[in-house]
Design a protein around this ligand. Sequence first.
Ligand SMILES: [Ca+2]
Ligand SMILES: [Ca+2]
Ligand SMILES: [Ca+2]
Length: 532
Amino acid sequence: MRIIRDSSRRVLRRHALRLMAAASLAGIMVATNGAPASAGDSDRHAGGGWTGGKDKPRVILMHDPELDDQNTLVRYLLYSNEFDTEGLVYSSSGVHWAGDGKGTLWFVPGREYTRFGLNLCPCTSWRWKPGERFIDDAVDIYAQVYPNLRQHAAGYPSPKELRSKIYTGNIEFDGDISKDTPGSNLVRKSLLDDRPGPVYLLTGAGQSTIARALKSIKDEYQDTPKWPAIYEKVSQKALIQSFGDQDGTYASYIGQNWPDIEFRQMATSIWGYGARNAVLPPDAKYLSAEWTKANVSDVGPFGSFYRVWGDGKQMVPGDIFDHFGFSGLTTEQLRAMGYVVWTPPREKGSWISEGDTSIFMNLLDNGLRGYVDASYGGWGGRGGSDIDPNGVSSSTYAASRWFGLVQQDFAARMRWTVTSRYAKANHAPTAKVAGQLDRTVSRGQTVLLAGLTSDPDRDKVTSTWWQYTDADTYPGAVAINQISRDQHQNTVKIRVPDDAAPGQTIHLILQATDDGSPALTSYQRVVLTVRN
Ligand SMILES: [Ca+2]
Ligand SMILES: [Ca+2]
Ligand SMILES: [Ca+2]
């Protein structure tokens, strides 16, 4: 597929040259380095985060055997061509832990086993099936669909490579960081090796495996002369993106001992069990049985593996908290059977949850550059609130605003898994901007933004420029003046407002959507920073 990628780059360059010629004819100065800036060669924000280049973000993914982690893993594997996967790690949390197999009892106050009138622990394990292998199962399915996937995009890791990255972390007990494990050793080794950072520690479960790795590093070095350098290196290199603090080890260990490690809180509602309360009305169809069946459940082996309401499955046989596989039963009937029904039964075949997907979505190479800083935002949400269509400031909207387009992208990739023919599936368009993506500008300056769009399937592309007012620090809106637009390019001009203060930013996003099925969307964000 390198051929496709290279040819699309050639097409882009051709458009860039054509555009520059047109612009110079029109007497407009185009600030450009002569070729469209791609995500691969842009000069990114210097922070703790990934700075692009040829390397992919280096990630260690951690999951417990909750059904939503299984679903998140399906989506992750479909996008695994965009990651350097260092580890897929079985992890524990407050709601799933394996026990040590020796009958040791464990109890943490306030957990679910003490709620709902229950009094079920101390226990020897909690909601963890002996021999649990859902990560291995997911990679086995990946092996089945890999020959198809690689026809649609470059960079998918081989199944053998992925299998070699599966580790077991600190799964024995909820929040237990008393022992090194293969998973914590992997985290430790990755943070200490000579490769530059960051190492993204992505967890949809607890953080005990991360905490143990950090504790192990501290225990070894804190009384040695190397400690200040090790502390600095690890603090710079580790970047945690977590859904919550699901075993309390961030609060009890990481935050206290390693306060300089960047922690991005990725908890969102739109991906989770509460998605129906978060979804925008026009996107509600993406949670329905009809859409899910056609685009996910009926699509190949990953479709069968993906958990939906009433699918007859249970992660741990007999788990009284997992009634999701039943269909046709009311809350009362499920309760009479002994189930704890904390969310009411939904339409058979419809969305349950993919709760942890936000932990990796901002690292995708979709042009939004959500990885640069937590405040940037992207498909995984934003570290901040966005003003929703009703004028309400909402952190939920910061994630839900993208959901419909993201589901379309998911549907396209699910389709990739079942056909080896490139032409039988859709592929995202390309959205690029001539010149630098990060520019320093002066008040009153006119800035020309020359967008370039193309599509690997030769679909028609429509595009628009918009200001991400929630993500930028300039408090107002800028006028975006259209200069020209067709399916290959979209050029606008903006004037940096006179009331913009030095250091304030203006985020402008080129958004391009193709007319394939399902319609797919790509972006390119440009960040203007007002000069001192
Ligand atoms: Ca989870
Ligand atoms: Ca396309
Ligand atoms: Ca703003």
